[in-house]
Design a binder for this molecule. Sequence first.
Ligand code: NAG
Ligand code: NAG
Ligand code: NAG
Length: 157
Amino acid sequence: MLVSVIFWFVVYTLTQPLSCSLQHEFEWNKYRLPTAITPNEYSIRLILDMFGNEDVNMELPYSGSVNISLYFNESTDLIVLHSVSLNITKVKVETQTDSSPDVLNYRHNDKMEQLEVKLDRRPDAGTEMNLQVEFMGLVSDQLQGFYKGTYRLSESK
Ligand SMILES: *[C@@H]1O[C@H](CO)[C@@H](O)[C@H](O)[C@H]1NC(C)=O
Ligand SMILES: *[C@@H]1O[C@H](CO)[C@@H](O)[C@H](O)[C@H]1NC(C)=O
Ligand SMILES: *[C@@H]1O[C@H](CO)[C@@H](O)[C@H](O)[C@H]1NC(C)=O
């Protein structure tokens, strides 16, 4: 009995800090996006310099921005989007009210192909918010990568 208690204590103390740090790396750890927020409308702008590089085999850089209007079904300070192979350069939020929250930080989860945006406070349920994300990417040989990357972002919830 005592042995098993000690064993569990050892297992507990060994696993506790590890699981904590893993959980804290990213808040969201599911492939499906949280349902607390519903995206309603997207507006995407892509800027591609087709003739910027004379070497046709070079990957073409592009930049872009997307505005997504979000509806908060629940009060939450975490926004999660799909995003693949993009360098996120700016993330901004705006609401119609005076007390618009600010972006506290954002992190890209490469493994899950998700972008996590943390707000500095939780807007009430029913809030409508505009999320603006600016990014850069490379068009690969097949235009598919380009297409796929932007599509994945646009289907985000
Ligand atoms: C996003 O909204 C901002 C103003 O809030 C506007 O300046 C910008 O052009 C919009 N971008 C797109 C891609 O619609
Ligand atoms: C969120 O609210 C909208 C508008 O009321 C509703 O259409 C939608 O089904 C809700 N989504 C979830 C996941 O509850
Ligand atoms: C993204 O950023 C990394 C590191 O700054 C850089 O090496 C890479 O070329 C960038 N990729 C794109 C598509 O801009």
